[in-house]
Ligand binder design. Structure first.
Ligand SMILES: Nc1nc2c(ncn2[C@@H]2O[C@H](COP(=O)(O)OP(=O)(O)O)[C@@H](O)[C@H]2O)c(=O)[nH]1
Ligand SMILES: [Mg+2]
Length: 251
């Protein structure tokens, strides 16, 4: 299935929750011959995601009960490492991200230039809003991103994307089972990676917002924002040597 030049085992993981309408489109856009295995973890969907995933030939794992978005990713990465993945690409199966860019997101890791690559939706304000990103999500994304860049000494254009690639060393080093089971898992993993010195970069991906691609409401968004502030606080005190919380690997 994979190209001869790509020596590393590439595993795509899809944390799914009610993804029946968008799964096939997301899958169809992944270029042929780039990926060795695709794993879908279903987090107690109420639709026919599981049936469809099995029919499409994906390795499918089901949480009988909803464990949350972070809990879902924990299963995804555990299964991918068990498969012997060298690089793991996480793609939301909600067709929000352009999965035809899978080869591009892998390249910097294959070339050993980066350990983590994020697919950023924020190339510019007009483009993000024209792609349908709600204004309040755009503003909170920018605010949190700027704050995270300052605290974490990075220069990324967003930390909130659902399209990201990791070298196995990241997943083998970080205590990701101790991260949140909720949406802030996405931040725990990046902030802990930065603490451990992994190199993060990004590629641009077009933004696509439509009802099936976005379900997080305002209330959950506020909780997510507050938990990010907590994470940044713990990063700050870990860097100061005062207290190392359990999402970080002690040096
Ligand atoms: N496991 C789990 N995943 C969820 C839940 N709610 C949303 N998701 C998934 O989390 C991801 C991000 O949510 P989404 O609504 O697309 O957020 P947005 O696109 O950033 O507005 C998607 O892949 C959803 O399928 C949930 O309650 N449990
Ligand atoms: Mg989405």
């Amino acid at each position: 299935m994979r190209k001869k030049s790509v020596k590393q085992k590439i595993v795509v993981v899809m944390p799914a929750y009610n993804a029946e309408k968008t799964l096939k489109k997301t899958l169809d856009d992944i270029p042929k011959g780039v990926v060795d295995k695709i794993i879908l973890v279903d987090d107690g969907s109420h639709d026919r995601t599981v049936k469809l995933a099995k029919r499409l030939g994906l390795k499918t794992f089901v949480h009988p009960q909803n464990r949350g978005y972070g809990g879902n990713q924990k299963t995804c990465y555990t299964l991918a490492l068990n498969e012997g993945a060298d690089i793991v690409v996480m793609i939301h199966p909600d067709y929000q991200y352009d999965s035809s860019l899978t080869e591009e997101i892998l390249r910097p890791i294959i070339q050993k230039r980066l350990d983590i690559v994020l697919g950023s939706r924020i190339r510019g304000r007009n483009e993000a809003l024209a792609g349908g990103m709600p204004l309040y999500k755009y503003i909170s994304n920018r605010f949190l991103t700027i704050l995270e860049n300052i605290v974490l000494s990075q220069n990324l254009s967003e930390y909130h994307t659902g399209f990201r690639a990791f070298h196995k060393s990241v997943l083998k080093t970080l205590p990701f089972h101790k991260f949140s089971d909720d949406f802030v898992f996405d931040q725990d993993i990046l902030i802990s990676s930065i603490y451990s010195g992994f190199r993060i970069g990004e590629i641009q991906v077009p933004v696509r917002y439509f009802p099936d691609a976005s379900s997080i409401n305002f209330r959950r968004g506020v909780k997510y924002g507050l938990e990010i502030l907590k994470d940044l606080f713990f990063y700050f005190i870990a860097k100061s040597g005062l207290y190392i919380s359990n999402i970080f690997v002690k040096k």
